[in-house]
Design a protein around this ligand. Structure first.
Ligand code: ADP
Length: 555
């Protein structure tokens, strides 16, 4: 079989103007970024304001293996399947971050015959949004350090600055740095650090903002430090929200591209689901809902992370809940949850599938607890055996839950027709959605509900630092914000090696970080890193470009 990039390069890509026509957008409605990419200006969205929203399908998954279980692949293939049934359908996905692309994951724009094009651009610099976010983030750092240098009029305590610099790379050496060295002409020495850009609050703000003015207000609210009286200092206090919004004005517009089969796709915003909220932008999903009858979107990592945050954070800004949820499962991940060593996942092991099913079962029940209809998509791999597949189908159906074997990786949209058909029937009903928690409940209750009702844990412990931060959050009146959990993607718990469906475990909240611009409180669980490192043999070792500009090794 060809690699993802070989398939993508062999695909026939259509001019983006043709894709725009499919969703009723004329040449004047889009801003071209070359032949195959375009941005959709916000005024165009306003034109469709009166249009009723399409149906929204959320694709999420079980706790994955490090390679990913194929949510993006299924999202794209499912949309292509709907398109084959002549449905007016769109995809809304996140933009890949260069950190994991160069590190462990390779490309992240789907896989096999279910990909978005132009695959190389989407995985590399795309339309420059992530660079704009990096610059906007670091501009705030520069203005903050300048304020310290110019007599510190805001009385900022340099030991209590929470705003960090960012870079869209995995670079562990930058986690802790000292800046401002070299004497009085070079600023005020202090400790700083770098996060990966996708963990920046600017990324979250961009993904949750609904207009330029909302963007500006959110930017102004971002808390960057405390002053010597332990009061919050914001971007608004620096007075640069207008300048930062200016840097982001184009990045705020959703990016239009296409799937291999020519289905319109919006790729916009890319917060990780383990350290941030994990969904593409509200503006992209809103735009897709106005332009299409069915929108397929994805939330990062498992349903305990991206799924929960999609439902409890994003939908509140979006003003729309999903009409159905697809939980992607693979036999290899279920076998891993059933105790099989990562090197043995391609050998048949029905018993391990049965044992590992506990992970899928909990995710299904969790999604159902929001009042949403759920279908399981088995993302078929070449090594899956007949008896493993039938075991998984039987176990799922025994819960009264629909299941579909999807082969979109190998066959494109054709391999998702059964899933699309089953979903079409499910989309007829209007779900009776309920949130996991209400915003007016105390932060401690929200944390407790996520941990006990979604993760299956028994108790939340707060570190002394988190306890102090919780008091500050209450004093500042930020208690009514949702919580954005940051934890490992591999387990329901805060320990990566607790697989399947662990019970009775306690989790520790290390820190509570107010992200007032984004409008949530990040709870850091376990040792989750906001700046990842590179593996011993990074994916980049296989990447290359020929003299005529052809790329290889992007998976
Ligand atoms: P996720 O969105 O869940 O992280 P992706 O869709 O990005 O997962 O897929 C992860 C990786 O697995 C990609 O490299 C993709 O090409 C590959 N992949 C996905 N589905 C299959 C499949 N059925 N067979 C083989 N490889 C697959």
């Amino acid at each position: 079989m060809k690699t993802d990039i070989e398939i993508a390069q062999a695909a026939e890509i259509q001019p983006i103007t043709k894709i725009a026509e499919k969703i009723g957008l004329s040449f004047d409605d889009i801003e071209l970024y070359g032949k195959y990419k375009a941005k959709i200006p916000l005024e165009v969205l306003e034109k469709f304001d009166e249009q009723t929203d399409g149906k929204l399908v959320l694709v999420t998954s079980i706790n994955p293996t490090p390679a990913g279980e194929g949510k993006s692949t299924v999202t794209v293939g499912l949309a292509d399947a709907f398109a084959r049934q002549d449905k007016n359908v769109m995809v809304a996905l996140r933009e890949p971050s260069l950190g994991p692309v160069m590190g462990i994951k390779g490309g992240a724009a789907g896989g096999g015959f279910a990909q978005v094009l132009p695959m190389e651009d989407i995985n590399l610099h795309f339309t420059g949004d992530i660079h704009a976010i990096t610059t906007a983030n670091n501009a705030i750092s520069a203005f903050l350090d300048n304020s310290l240098h110019q007599g510190n009029p805001l009385n900022i305590d340099p030991r209590r600055i929470i705003w960090k610099r960012v870079l869209d790379l995995n670079d562990r050496a930058l986690r802790h740095v000292t800046i401002g060295l070299g004497g009085p002409l070079n600023g005020v020495p202090r400790e700083d650090g770098f996060d990966i850009t996708v963990a920046s609050e600017i990324m979250a703000v961009l993904c949750l903002a609904t207009s330029i003015s909302d963007l500006k207000e959110r930017l102004a609210r971002i808390v960057i430090a405390q002053n010597y009286d332990r009061k919050p200092v914001s971007v608004g206090d620096l007075g640069v929200q207008g300048a930062i919004a200016m840097l982001l004005k184009d990045a705020l517009k959703p990016n239009l591209v296409q799937t291999i089969e020519g289905t319109p796709a919006l790729i916009h915003g890319g917060p990780f689901a383990n350290i941030a909220h994990g969904c593409n932008s509200v503006l992209a999903t809103k735009t897709a809902l106005k332009l299409a009858d069915i929108v397929i979107t994805e939330a990062g990592f498992g349903a305990d992370l991206g799924g929960e945050k999609f439902l409890d954070i994003k939908t509140r800004q979006l003003g729309k809940q999903p009409d159905a949820v697809v939980v992607v499962a693979t036999l290899r991940a279920l076998k891993m949850h059933g105790g099989v060593d990562k090197k043995e996942l391609t050998s048949e092991n029905v018993e391990a599938v049965k044992k590992g099913f506990a992970n899928l079962e909990r995710h299904i029940k969790n999604m159902q607890s929001y009042g949403l209809p759920v279908i399981v998509a088995i993302n078929q791999f070449a090594s899956d055996t007949e008896s493993e597949i039938s075991t998984l189908k039987e176990l799922t159906e025994a819960l009264g839950v629909s299941v579909s074997l999807t082969q979109v990786f190998a066959k494109g949209g054709e391999g998702g027709l059964d899933l699309a058909e089953k979903l079409s029937a499910m989309l007829q009903a209007k779900p009776d959605f309920r949130y996991l928690y209400e915003l007016n409940q105390p932060l401690s209750v929200k944390l407790d509900k996520v941990v006990t009702e979604i993760y299956g844990g028994s108790k939340v412990n707060l570190s002394p630092k988190a306890k102090r931060q919780m008091r500050e959050i209450e004093e500042n009146g930020w208690n009514n914000l949702p919580v954005c959990m940051a934890k490992t993607q591999y387990s329901f718990s805060d320990q990566a090696n607790l697989l399947a469906a662990p019970e009775g475990f306690e989790v520790t909240v290390r820190e509570l970080i107010p992200k007032i611009g984004a409008g949530f409180i990040v709870a850091l669980l376990g040792d989750v890193m906001t700046m990842p490192g590179l593996p011993k043999n990074p994916a980049a070792l296989k990447m290359d470009v020929t003299d005529d500009g052809k790329i290889s090794g992007l998976f």
